[in-house]
Design a protein around this ligand. Sequence first.
Ligand SMILES: Cc1cc2nc3c(=O)[nH]c(=O)nc-3n(C[C@H](O)[C@H](O)[C@H](O)COP(=O)(O)O)c2cc1C
Length: 263
Amino acid sequence: MQTTIYYFTGTGNSLKIARDLAQKLEECELIPIVKVWQTEDLESTSEKIGFIFPLYYSGLPKIVYDFINKIDLSKSNYFFTVVTSAEDINDLPLQQLEKILKTKGKTLSAGFFINMPNNFIIGFNIHSEERQKRFFENAINQVEKISEIIKDKKENLTQDLFEKNLSKSEEINQTFRDEVYEYDKSFYADDNCNSCGICEKTCPVSNIILVEGIPQWQHKCQLCLACINFCPEKSIQFDKKTLKTGRYHHPEITLQEIINQKK
Ligand SMILES: Cc1cc2nc3c(=O)[nH]c(=O)nc-3n(C[C@H](O)[C@H](O)[C@H](O)COP(=O)(O)O)c2cc1C
């Protein structure tokens, strides 16, 4: 395989981008991080390696951070990333990736951000449908441009970017990664829960189990928000923060595709 894209997604934005990009590249395989992250002796064999994931608290999701630290990348020589975010552009994930790759004697060659609709409903409400549509349209053009850069193994990052002082963002992301397993203490299912078990199936890290029909979170949460956004009864809440917010997942990514990731 020429290219392998490792992706992480909660609500489909990053999977949609990863899939569209893979279609434009020759000989490209897509691997969900949640399927392989606990495997021992992980190693890449493709020449080009991509990491596609959502921006979490200004930086890498914990699972992505842990996975990239763990995987043996010695056989690969071109690394790129596409970060999907809800309008925030923050160079921290590029710096974080470069730092990890450096410990392996590698470097990040190319990095891109794509604005996508917000799924962080515990902080902000979802974007209007009209706005979402505009994000999707722009994303199509961006993926086309990104694919051309990757095909030619071009570089688009400078040393200045890696040296920028982003200590504030770093602190925010570090605290998030240190504490995220416990954040699920704020989730609960309200009286609308009909014990369908979709949350249990959807959770990419199998952090939810149904006890007498009621979902219970097991404190190894990545905060991807798949459970709350895909619940068909809108019964899952996060404290009081989500009582009035909408729910979001990418319209072209099905519940089954999210469920299948970990299989
Ligand atoms: C825990 C969490 C933290 C987030 N933090 C940010 C952020 O710092 N800046 C931002 O623009 N979007 C943030 N978002 C929004 C997502 O990055 C964005 O909606 C992304 O496209 C979702 O990707 P997915 O559908 O592949 O999961 C956050 C989302 C979650 C769930």
